[in-house]
Design a protein around this ligand. Structure first.
Ligand code: NAD
Length: 417
């Protein structure tokens, strides 16, 4: 498997889109680099009285369109380059779906499974203390990412509010409902994957109820996308998690498969499957739609040569290496990019922030219908850019839309010394 440096991948994607736009080269260079990166060390007392030191980062990539926005991840692989790249993707994701945010991302280099809840709380509060001068409802709004969730967001919010002597639920999103979270947030990413697939089918004049779908990664994003596509009548014929893949050519009885996963922790062993195979075989199956919903770089150039799906909808962030993207474009496989397909999470985060500012809560119905509108509008803008600029694929078209929006905001503001 080829490992692509995420920061270089991001810069390549920006360059490719820039070729179709009339933006001066020096301005493009500015849009390829973060504005600032906090690099800090957290010294935290462990349960046994010892002190452990952790590396932590927050990258604020671009704030031309609004406050920096993006998650905080806890993972041993977190690095300065990784958070820089992820913060850049957030800029273009927020601009692609036209929400008034810039992009940020942060993380701690840690394997959270090795620490007690009390230690994780102290580590999180220590990070929140470091973040305090940088974040704020109108400055930078973190959210959950890999290995962080409502619990960590509630700790960060509480630390910030205590230190500032105020209430500021909008300083962070992805909170529990009782702490100011939004209805529909948990489902939002899977929902935008479903909406993107549905729009793609409409665009090609095809009937979604006749689609066969394979989903790699049956977690929050993948399993919810599968359920919602199943609700539209599509057949989920294959699904996988880290333990392996299951298959049934007549459809997997999606609800029962999900229950089996919930009860046993894995998909394999599900009695409604006719076959089990490896994850790699799932990625090269003959289906209409392939949804990679696990990890970045899941499909490299060699695998891309063997993909048989007509369409890929990216639920995961960066599931294709740049080389794989090139191969799939050459092979005429339509790829609907992550910055559109999985943007539901950040769109509903935006709704959460709006509700916090309004000090009111919306119904789940309202959240879902607003989300649908944002995804449809972004899809239409992407197709229009594809047709007007003649971009080689939809990813470049979506980046071109996003890049132009960021550049417009930067130009209107002017350059401050
Ligand atoms: P998750 O942890 O809930 O689920 C991940 C799933 O992938 C699990 O079922 C795991 O078993 C499976 N998996 C791991 N390695 C695998 C492998 N090699 N082959 C097959 N399956 C494998 O995570 P999630 O929140 O669903 O996130 C998945 C992807 O979606 C990530 O790239 C994430 O960045 C992206 N994403 C998620 C959200 C969100 O709101 N959850 C938002 C935007 C993007």
């Amino acid at each position: 498997m080829t490992e692509a440096n995420p920061y270089e991948s991001l810069q390549e994607q920006i360059d490719e889109a820039a070729d179709f736009l009339d933006i001066p080269r020096d301005h493009i260079e500015r849009l390829k680099r973060p504005e600032r990166v906090l690099e800090t060390t957290l010294s935290v007392e462990m349960d046994d009285g010892s002190v452990e030191v952790f590396d932590a980062y927050r990258s604020q990539f671009n704030g031309d369109r609004g406050p920096y926005k993006g998650g905080i991840r806890y993972h041993p692989g977190v690095s300065r380059d990784e958070v820089k790249a992820l913060s850049g993707w957030m800029v273009y994701k927020c601009a692609a779906v036209d929400i008034p945010y810039g992009g940020g991302k942060g993380g701690i280099e840690i394997d959270p499974s090795e620490y007690s809840e009390g230690e994780l709380e102290r580590i999180t509060r220590s990070f929140a203390k470091e973040l305090r001068p940088l974040i704020g409802v109108d400055r930078d709004i973190p959210a959950p990412d890999v290995n962080t969730g409502q619990r960590e967001m509630n700790w960060i919010k509480d630390t910030y509010e205590t230190m500032e002597g105020t209430t500021a639920p909008g300083v962070i999103t992805g909170k529990a409902i009782d702490s100011g979270g939004s209805a529909g947030r948990v489902e939002a990413t899977g929902r935008s994957v479903m909406l993107t697939t549905r729009e793609a089918y409409d665009h090609f004049g095809k009937d979604i109820s006749e689609a066969t779908v394979a989903v790699q990664g049956y977690g929050n994003a993948g399993a919810i996308a599968a359920r919602l596509l199943d609700d539209l009548g599509a057949d989920i014929v294959a699904a996988s998690d880290s333990a392996g893949a299951i298959y049934n050519p007549d459809g997997l009885a999606e609800r029962a498969a999900r229950e089996h996963k919930f009860e046993t922790g894995q998909l394999t062993g599900f009695e409604g499957a006719t076959e089990e195979f490896s994850n790699e075989e799932l990625l090269t199956m003959d289906v209409d739609v392939l949804i990679p919903a696990a990890l970045e770089n899941a499909i490299d150039a060699e695998l891309a040569e063997r993909v048989q799906a007509d369409m890929i909808v990216e639920a995961a962030n960066g599931p294709l290496t740049p080389d794989a993207d090139y191969v799939l474009t050459e092979r005429d496989v339509a790829v609907f990019p992550d910055i559109l397909a999985n943007a539901g999470g950040v769109i509903v985060s935006y709704f959460e922030w709006v509700q916090n500012r309004q000090r009111m809560s919306w119904t789940e119905e309202r959240v879902n219908s607003e989300l649908e509108r944002y995804v449809e509008d972004a899809f239409d803008a992407m197709v229009e850019a594809h047709e007007t600029h003649g971009t080689p694929n939809y990813r470049t078209a979506m980046y071109a839309v996003a890049l132009q929006r960021v550049q417009n905001a930067a130009e209107e503001a002017g350059i401050w010394p």
